[in-house]
Design a protein around this ligand. Structure first.
Ligand code: SF4
Length: 390
């Protein structure tokens, strides 16, 4: 089993964000809100653990939001409760997402390490202060460098840096390939074990989307985006980072085990507001509202939306997740799941993708090539259209 813990707070809302996160008040009101959240989370861990029967857990992932807003003491309490209610395996990967500013507060890095966190994922996004200001990030480039160095001093030997490419700028200065490669150079100079490089998307109703609609923002053209993705992947590879998923690169032995398990379709339990769980044929999502989730926990949970996953839904998801990975889709397993007639309906598409250099079949796995990964959404929509017909 994998555990995901959603921390719904951020020091302020970034101008592009579409995640469920709440800007946290400064001082005592913010601390009170976090304390209330932590009490509910501990209860949810205990209730779910009791229900599932102290099953083994191989990875824990604190995501958000901004998990580095939780004090080391609270993270320690949560880890103790997880150990009490689940069987945390000896070499479990315990990841926490962190923003550079809050990670530098009050010895947070040392406290998180002491609490058992052994992998950090820093939300850096860019080393350019002007870009960070435009994105509404709560930190500058200097804090990113300082947080990384401090994390090393605190003993972290497994650190990821998150960056975004395809970033907007004030007209007409959208990000270029040269600028993106410079960001990657700055990131690799720090020698992190892992780099996640996400393509920027303009989220509906976000402040940046409104700015774009009003003509106050430029986005890179499609051709520039394509060359950024391809050149970025090549650059990272030349620096020893192997691509193992559309947006993720790692040095040998440092792929994120938690995310790998998720992409490979393993079961996971999500705790906290808006967290999703998939166990057996069931999937449920906790209430995406702090107050509603807390009430459900007080009432003994669940007050969440749930769905049954049939074989077809699982096969579609397998297609979607496995094509993200370099390993690709195991065709024999997938054909068995989706059924012979649906699989046959997809054969001509697979042939066309291969002919156009967008996919390859090797050792029984269908893999997207890099140009294929670049248009993976379109490829998936073609698959789903074939499955509808088949
Ligand atoms: S730190 Fe992350 S979750 Fe929080 S507002 Fe910014 S993008 Fe959203």
């Amino acid at each position: 089993m994998r555990l995901y813990i959603h921390v719904p707070f951020c020091s302020k809302k970034c101008a592009y964000c579409a995640f469920y996160s709440l800007p946290l008040e400064e001082g005592a009101p913010g601390e009170k809100r976090i304390a209330g959240y932590a009490a509910s989370l501990l209860r949810e861990v205990s209730l779910r653990g009791e229900h599932l029967g102290r099953i083994p857990v191989k990875t824990v992932f604190f995501g958000g939001g901004t998990p580095s807003l939780l004090s080391g003491t609270i993270i320690g309490d949560i880890m103790r409760m997880i150990r009490a209610c689940f069987l945390l395996t000896d070499n479990a990967e315990i990841s926490a997402e962190a923003n550079p500013d809050s990670a530098l507060n009050d010895g947070w890095l040392f406290a998180a390490r002491a609490a058992g966190v052994n992998r950090l994922s820093f939300g850096v996004q860019s080393f350019d202060d002007a870009v960070l200001r435009l994105l509404g990030r709560p930190h500058g480039a200097r804090a990113a460098h300082a947080a990384f160095e401090s994390a090393r001093m605190a003993g972290f030997t497994n650190i990821s840096i998150d960056l975004m490419w395809g970033l907007p700028g004030p007209p007409p200065y959208a990000q270029t390939q040269v600028q993106w490669l410079r960001q990657l150079k700055l990131a690799t100079e720090l020698k992190p074990e892992h780099i996640a490089a996400y393509g920027f998307t303009l989220e509906p109703a976000s402040p940046l989307e409104k700015m774009y609609a009003g003509g106050g923002l430029s986005l890179p053209k499609e051709k520039e985006l394509a060359s950024m993705y391809l050149a970025g992947a090549e650059y990272l590879e030349s620096r020893g980072y192997m691509q193992y998923e559309i947006s993720n690169y790692a040095r040998m032995g440092f792929m994120c085990r938690h995310n790998l398990a998720y992409w490979e379709g393993e079961e996971y339990l999500g705790l906290g507001p808006a967290a999703v769980s998939t166990i057996g044929d069931k999937r449920w999502t906790n209430a995406a509202d702090l107050g509603e989730w807390q009430k459900a926990v007080t009432d003994g949970i669940p007050a969440s939306s749930a769905e049954d996953l049939n074989e077809e839904a699982k096969a579609r998801e397998m297609l979607m997740l496995r094509l993200r990975m370099n390993k690709g889709l195991p065709l024999k397993d997938w054909r068995q799941r989706i059924g012979r007639s649906a699989a046959s309906a997809c054969e001509p598409l697979i042939a066309v993708l291969q002919k156009n250099g967008l996919a390859a079949v090797r050792s029984g796995h269908l893999r997207l090539t890099r140009p294929g990964m670049l248009v993976s959404d379109t490829i998936l929509s073609h698959f789903f259209a074939r499955l509808e017909e088949g």
